[in-house]
Design a protein around this ligand. Structure first.
Ligand code: ACO
Length: 427
C-alpha cells in the first residue's frame, strides 16, 4: 500500500501542514486524517460514513459505479458459478482458495462443530413461539459467549480460528432451530454426510421421524445464495461486528451485534420487506401507484429492494439471484405471479427518470425473497438465511481486525447541545 502526501487545504493557516494519502490496491485513495485533531484541532464530520474508510481491509472489494464485487480478488459471479459456500468461507477467512486437502480439513472442522450444546437448545423454550427468528438468533448467538468464553483466548490465533469455525458451523443449526421451534417440530441433528446447504435444508424442512431427500437443485440454489451474501466489505452489520470487536469483546457477542444490525429493513431485512411489498402490490396494474408513492417526497414509502449506498449500477448479485429464481421456479414447475410483478416493476422503474437520476437499481434483495419463497422458506426466515451466510464475512473481518487491531473504535461528535450552564441555586 503506497503513501503520498498532499496538502489537505484545511485553511490558510494550516496550509503548511500536509496529510498523507493512502493508496489501496484498487478503489479510491484515502486521506489519512488520524493526526488531524492533534495537528489542527478539527474533527472530520461524516455521520453516515459516506466518505470514511473506517479501516484497511484485504477481504472484499466493491466498485459500486461499475457493479463489481470481488472476494479476495475473485469476481462474485465466478464464485457463484464454480465454487461452494464452504470453499468461499475458507477463501474469505484465509485469503486464498484451499487445495483439496485444506478444503477437506476445513470441512471436517465445520462438521465437528455443527452440533449445538443441548443446553443451548433449551434456550429456545424461553422464547415465544411467534418470536421473529432474528430476535431469537441475536439471543442464542450472544448466549454462545457464555459457553465458549473461559476456554478461549482471543490472543491465540488457533483459538480465534476455532471461534470462527464454530460460528460458521453452528449458524445453520441455530437458524433452523429458530424456525422448527416456531412450528413446534423437534429439530433434526446435522448430518455430516451432507454438504453445508443440504444440511441446512434438512434441518429446516425435515422431520426426525421420516427420511428427507434433499433436492440437489434447491441445495445448489441455497448454496449460491449463501455465497452471494457471504461478505460485502464495511456494511452496517460488519462495521458493527468490527466496532464491538475493537474493545476485545467475545466473538460470539460481536456476531450477535452484527445480527442485530443486519435485521433492520434498510439492511438485511430488505428481502423480507420486498416480498411483503410485492404481495401488497398484488397485481401489475397497481405498479404505477407504487412507483408514484416511492417518488413522492411527502410519503416515507421506498421501493424495497431498490437502491444501495454503494452500488450506483446493477448489483452484480441481483443478476445471479434473478437467474437462480428463474431456474428454481422452472425446476419446481411453479409460476409465481410475484416474479412477474417484480420483473415488471424493475422494467418500469429502470425507465423512470426519478430512478435513473438517482442511480437506483435492483439490489440483491429484490429477487432473493422470491427465490427463497419458491424454495419453501417462510418470509421471516429470509434474513436469518442472510445471517447464516454473512457469518463467514463477519468472522473473517473479526479475524482480520484481531491481526491488525488499531485499538478501540471511539468516534467523536460535533456537539450541538447546550453550552455550559449551572445548576440553579435552590432558595
Ligand atoms: N425508493 C425510492 N427512493 C429511493 C430509494 C428507494 N428504494 N432509495 C433511495 N431513494 C432516493 C432517496 O429518497 C433520495 O432521494 P433525494 O435525493 O430526492 O432525497 C436518493 O434516492 C438517495 O437516497 P439515500 O437514502 O441518500 O441513499 P442511501 O445510500 O442512504 O440509501 C438504501 C441506500 C438504504 C439501501 C436505500 O436505497 C433504501 O432505503 N432502499 C430500500 C431498502 C433496501 O432495499 N435495502 C437493501 C439494501 S441492500 C443490503 O443491505 C443487502
Amino acid at each position: 500500500m503506497g503513501k503520498k502526501y498532499v496538502n489537505a487545504a484545511l485553511s490558510e493557516s494550516h496550509d503548511k501542514n500536509s496529510m498523507p494519502v493512502l493508496e489501496g490496491t484498487m478503489g479510491p485513495h484515502a486521506v489519512d486524517i488520524q493526526a488531524m485533531y492533534e495537528q489542527h484541532g478539527l474533527l472530520a464530520f461524516d455521520p453516515g460514513f459516506r466518505s470514511t474508510a473506517s479501516c484497511k481491509s484485504a477481504i472484499t472489494f466493491v466498485d459500486g459505479g461499475a457493479g463489481v464485487l470481488l472476494y479476495r480478488g475473485y469476481p462474485i459471479d465466478e464464485l457463484a458459478q464454480h465454487s461452494n459456500f464452504v470453499e468461499v468461507a475458507y477463501l474469505l477467512m484465509f485469503g486464498e482458495l484451499p487445495d483439496d486437502s485444506e478444503l477437506a480439513r476445513f470441512r471436517a472442522s465445520i462438521e465437528q462443530h455443527n452440533l449445538l450444546h443441548e443446553q443451548v437448545l433449551s434456550f429456545y423454550h424461553g422464547f415465544r413461539r411467534d418470536a421473529h427468528p432474528m430476535a431469537v438468533m441475536v439471543g442464542v448467538v450472544g448466549a454462545l459467549s457464555a459457553f465458549y468464553h473461559d476456554i478461549m483466548d482471543i490472543r491465540d490465533p488457533r483459538d480465534r480460528i476455532n471461534a470462527a469455525i464454530r460460528l460458521i458451523a453452528k449458524m445453520p443449526s441455530i437458524a433452523a432451530a429458530s424456525y422448527t421451534y416456531s412450528i413446534g417440530r423437534p429439530q433434526r441433528y446435522p448430518n455430516n454426510n451432507l454438504d453445508y446447504a443440504s444440511n441446512f435444508l434438512q434441518m429446516l424442512f425435515g422431520a426426525p421421524n421420516k427420511e428427507y431427500e434433499v433436492d440437489p437443485i434447491l441445495a445448489r440454489a441455497l448454496d449460491r445464495i449463501l455465497i452471494l451474501h457471504a461478505d460485502h466489505e464495511q456494511n452496517a452489520s460488519t462495521s458493527t461486528v468490527r466496532m464491538a470487536a475493537s474493545s476485545g469483546a467475545n466473538p460470539f457477542a460481536c456476531i450477535a451485534a452484527g445480527i442485530a444490525s443486519l435485521w433492520g429493513p434498510a439492511h438485511g431485512g430488505a428481502n423480507e420487506a420486498v416480498l411483503k411489498m410485492l404481495v401488497d402490490i398484488g397485481t401489475p396494474k397497481n405498479i404505477p401507484k407504487v412507483i408514484a408513492r416511492a417518488k413522492d417526497k411527502s410519503d416515507s414509502f421506498r421501493l424495497m429492494g431498490f437502491g444501495h449506498r454503494i452500488y450506483k449500477n446493477f448489483d452484480p448479485r441481483s443478476k445471479v439471484i434473478q437467474q437462480s429464481a428463474r431456474e428454481v421456479l422452472a425446476h419446481l414447475g411453479k409460476d409465481d405471479p410475484l416474479l412477474d410483478i417484480a420483473m415488471q416493476l424493475e422494467e418500469i422503474a429502470l425507465k423512470d427518470e426519478y430512478f435513473i437520476e438517482r442511480k437506483l437499481y435492483p439490489n440483491v434483495d429484490f429477487y432473493s425473497g422470491i427465490l427463497l419463497r419458491a424454495m419453501g422458506f417462510p418470509v421471516n426466515m429470509f434474513t436469518a438465511v442472510f445471517a447464516v451466510a454473512r457469518t463467514a464475512g463477519w468472522a473473517s473481518h473479526w479475524l482480520e481486525l484481531q491481526e491488525e487491531s488499531h485499538g478501540i473504535d471511539r468516534p467523536r461528535q460535533l456537539y450541538i447541545g447546550k453550552t455550559l450552564r449551572h445548576y440553579p441555586k435552590k432558595k
